[in-house]
Design a protein around this ligand. Sequence first.
Ligand code: ADP
Ligand code: MG
Length: 688
Amino acid sequence: MRPIELAPLFAPVDDLPGVGPKVSEQLSQLCGPHVLDLVWHRPLRFIDRRLRDSLVEVQSGETVSLMLTIGKHRTPARKGLPYKISCLHSETAITLLFFHARGSWLSEQFPEGAQRIVSGKAEFYKNTWQMIHPDLSLPPEKFSNLPDFEPVYPNRSGLGQRTLGNAIRSAVGRLKSMDEWIDPALKHQRKWPDFQSAIRSIHSDQDASNIPERLAYDEALAGQVALGVLRANHIAASGPNLSAQGKLRKTLVDSLPFPLTSHQVNAIDTLTTQIRGPKQAITLIQGDVGSGKTLVALCTILQAVESGHQGVLMAPTEILARQHANTLTNLTEKLSVNVVCLTGKDKGVKRTEIREQIATGQADIVVGTHALFQEGIEFQSAGLVVIDEQHRFGVQQRLALSKKGQTPHLLLMSATPIPRTLVMAAYGDLELLEIREKPVGRAPIKTIAKPKESIPEVYRSLERLLDTGQQAYWICPLVEESESLPGVADATTRFTDLQKRFGDQVGLIHGQMRADEKDEIMRLFKAGSIKLLAATTVIEVGVDVPNSTFMVIEQAERFGLSQLHQIRGRVGRGALPGVCLLLYGHPLSALAKQRLEALRSSDDGFELSEQDLRLRGGGEILGTKQSGLPDTKFLDYGLHTDLMSVAKKDARKFLSEDPNLTSARGLAMRNLLYLFGKDEAAPLLKIG
Ligand code: ADP
Ligand code: MG
């Protein structure tokens, strides 16, 4: 149950004064449906409304607030001309201009001889100051109510800035002083304001473009407390004892035409130990594209199978599931292990049959999409679940797995390495294994950067490449032309252009297509009937087409480092070396230059992800989303590593003393969880 004192913040937005049905809909679209969502909506910039003493230093076009003495009104001589009011700012004349104004209203608002504070854009025109349609005008005694800095909010909703500002102001006004959840000593030491003042300052203080550090800490703490609670209540479960001798695994490894890398061996050893139980293992394996994670997964799955349980491999897409199923079937050919694959595509009798095999245990290894779990497939006994490309799955979904009454061991695999400190800060007590070493004998991908003017030349290279029977990708940042992002390359336009030159060898794939359409295109590409694929980053994950050797990334400067690294990992997966061509636009910022340079000089995903974080300072979410880290409001993974580790320690210490958050500070922390949307943890707390 949500604490009662938060009710005003979780009321729908139309609960606010002056917010009717229309405005409430616009607000919901812009910020969210609750009053609290308005509180989180941060200003883009501020208008300085402080009173000016003089016009001497004012630049024409600047927005200023002035105390004026109102003079003569001059009504327009004919239609279309402005209504003018002559005023004085001490000795300086300034004229207020109004088009299409009602004279009666203006004489009421600006009585001759009165003092008014007027704020708006002052322009120096034909040797005199004027202000057309002031933003606001007030009698002096009312001016003190106005904030010095007026926030200007991001606003695409068609709402008036004034209406939006007023709604947000009343939303923020609902924030009452709350009991503190931060450790008092820490708060004192860092000289942090309380939560309410911190939030107020982001809406009113010009300098608050640098977010109060405490809000980032609050968010980190909320995350850590939620993780701690979830872990304690949910997943500190026991896992099955999968302690087979390892005969199957040995047979498999002996049959491979290559030796395992030492990192693969290590990972397999560690996992083999972890899945012996009694504790449920939850382990994240990070390793670059091509580092051989699938084999690690399979070896671990074979332990489960040999122990009399089933092994499950989940992939984010249909095509990846099929690909994995094929690989595993081939690899286990001599082991008399039964691999089945189940995705949304399997219907009718076939589906029933596969489900039957899964339920009876005839299927030893089950490969599927995550739909498997959403529709509640019954397993005879799932001992281990491997989730490939884990960043496609939310924490929620992962936990849903372990709620099904069974608590199989969990192995998450990601090809977008993120720094260890971050993994720990974001996900808490997950075991982490890294595969940093790559199999030997793999030709490195050659990465080249060229300005976009070289596109004609690139077309010629493509022509030669396709003639040799090899395949290529062409990646663009957008799906289609966008008005709001003029000049940004899109896959649809590129596709049309490539088609002109290369005809029906060209295909198009992007995230707005239906899943079955995408699968069909990928199938054609794998089969080689499509040779050149114009795409967005949908192809980034796991897709393996060994014959594709060339990758063009258009406007490479628009992507994050880790993401670029991920994308380029699609080529050079076969015997032939891969080439990745980064096409960049102008002007290229120093930062973008550094990024492309880093990419050219390193082929190590771990190193690149660390650099990425350093270079971007976390500001751009593109890459962060990619990495699978949770979205944040204030917390910047690049900047706040220190805060994250403090929050983690504090949460852990606190929960060990008050696991159900029942002390005074614990109750305050419940508020914190709700405020930052960590509700999934809250129902687990025992009340009282
Ligand atoms: P990823 O980590 O991207 O999932 P995969 O498991 O798909 O990588 O492996 C990529 C390719 O490398 C596969 O064709 C696999 O058979 C091969 N491979 C895996 N381990 C080794 C190894 N130790 N030596 C040589 N090739 C390997
Ligand atoms: Mg893989």
